[in-house]
Design a protein around this ligand. Structure first.
Ligand code: SAM
Length: 243
């Protein structure tokens, strides 16, 4: 997968060199480049923003540098056009399903907004040549899109084939089947007066699987009733319903 990130703070994306994302890059699973938007400015101050039409506080990112950045980063005749991802608190919520969709893309371009955001015409024009998604990390407002890119790239990269040592972890984890994962424990069996649940040390794989399923259902019901309500009847087995 190829990924291009455009930002006025490229140094903010330094963590993309680290840990498993860094390893995916070294292994060639992920080809990632971070670009300074100011590369595509032409005035002495390297201006990227201006006052908003219609008035109001703050500044808006001008369209010209973004237009030139996308001209440079979108291949002339791609087999499949890249997807432009624009982090925004006004975007669709970022969820695991979107991470799966984007892990199947061959090329993602991220446009990191700052100030009051990017002139909307950049997105309108981009949509004439590629799919564009405005995406939100959650119902709060950040300074800029860089943190959103770090989050999205963690979620997407761990889904790329070969990145996780044990692909089974993807099948069992929170949000894989519309539930939160059961609590997890390791050694020692007793710690500061708190014991690992006996059943997890029983060696009875059938009962352990049932216990984990029950815990996942209880956790989801307590913390995310919206997720439980969204489960289809076919996602539940008879023993879930009895519980
Ligand atoms: N004026 C915008 C609004 O009210 O929708 C907020 C702009 S915000 C201060 C600056 C940039 O931070 C946005 O363009 C976006 O890139 C990023 N950002 C802020 N909150 C975000 C969120 N919840 N999810 C994704 N990106 C966010």
């Amino acid at each position: 997968m190829r990924v291009d990130v455009v930002s006025i703070f490229p140094e903010y994306l330094a963590p993309l060199e680290l840990s498993l994302i860094g390893r995916a890059r070294s292994a060639g699973v992920l080809e990632l480049a971070v670009h300074d938007l100011r590369t595509w400015t032409h005035d002495v101050h390297r201006t990227v923003d201006d006052t908003p039409y219609g008035g109001g506080p703050g500044m808006v990112m001008r369209p010209e540098p973004w237009g030139e950045a996308l001209d440079a980063l979108v291949p002339a005749r791609p087999d499949r056009p890249p997807r432009l991802v624009v982090p925004s608190p006004a975007g669709v919520p970022f969820r695991q399903a979107l991470a799966h969709e984007w892990a199947a893309e061959s090329h993602l371009i991220f446009a990191c907004g700052r100030y009051e955001g990017i002139d909307q015409r950049v997105l309108e024009h981009a949509a004439t040549r590629m799919p564009v998604t405005e995406v939100s990390l959650g119902d709060y407002v950040l300074f800029g899109g860089e943190v959103a890119v770090l989050v999205i790239m963690e979620a997407v990269t761990r889904l790329l084939p070969g990145v996780l040592g044990n692909a089974e972890s993807l099948a069992e984890e929170s949000h894989a089947h519309g539930l939160l994962e059961a609590p997890v424990y390791t050694k020692p069996p007793g710690w500061r007066g708190h014991d690992v649940p006996e059943i997890l040390r029983s060696g009875d794989h059938g009962r352990i699987a049932r216990w984990r399923r029950d815990q996942a259902l209880l956790r989801t019901a307590g913390r995310r009733p919206d997720m439980l309500a969204a489960l289809a009847a076919t996602d539940l087995d008879k023993r879930d319903i009895a519980a």
